[in-house]
Design a protein. Structure first.
Length: 166
């Protein structure tokens, strides 16, 4: 082995970047959620509330991270798809919209915690009553985004296979 080979750049495994992006996105979404509640109430209450709403929060956070990971896989394969005659298409954009909608729905009910601070109590009460429907919307938006990305990835990979390999 040559000494120059020891310092040659090594490409990370193909799964490492999408996994890292997904985990980082999940952590950022969790930090935004906990940060909003901590600003409105207290850090201790933020963690308590995250735990109380874990039935919604865990699927939302995991779904968001999964979408980011799948989207990263699609983006990294973009040049291969174009070289093969494929196109990026609208599916990642649709999923990005679903992901954004899920994030907004996830955090929109947090505005209800901040509104009494600025003196809009009636709006806070109204938003608080919509908390659970907004959380369900976030869960299903995430699920839809994951399905759209998974189907797009499957179709893209199937289209790139040689003709004899069905």
């Amino acid at each position: 082995m040559k000494s120059a080979d020891l310092f040659a750049p090594v490409a990370p495994p193909s799964w490492l970047v999408p996994l890292s992006v997904g985990v980082l996105g999940s952590l950022i979404l969790t930090a935004v959620y906990v940060g909003l509640v901590a600003l409105a109430e207290s850090p201790a209450r933020a963690l308590e509330q995250w735990w109380d709403e874990r039935a919604f929060n865990v699927p939302i956070v995991l779904g968001f991270g999964l979408q980011l990971g799948l989207y990263t896989v699609l983006r990294r394969g973009r040049s291969v798809a174009r070289a093969a005659g494929g196109s990026v298409g609208a599916a990642p954009a649709a999923s990005g919209s679903a992901s954004t909608l899920a994030m907004v729905a996830c955090c929109a009910h947090r505005v209800a915690d901040l509104l009494p601070i600025v003196g809009v109590g009636a709006a806070a009460t109204l938003l608080a009553s919509w908390k659970e429907p907004l959380l369900w919307l976030a869960v299903f938006s995430n699920l839809a985004g994951v399905v759209v990305l998974a189907v797009t990835l499957y179709r893209r990979r199937r289209a790139l296979r040689p003709a004899g390999m069905a």
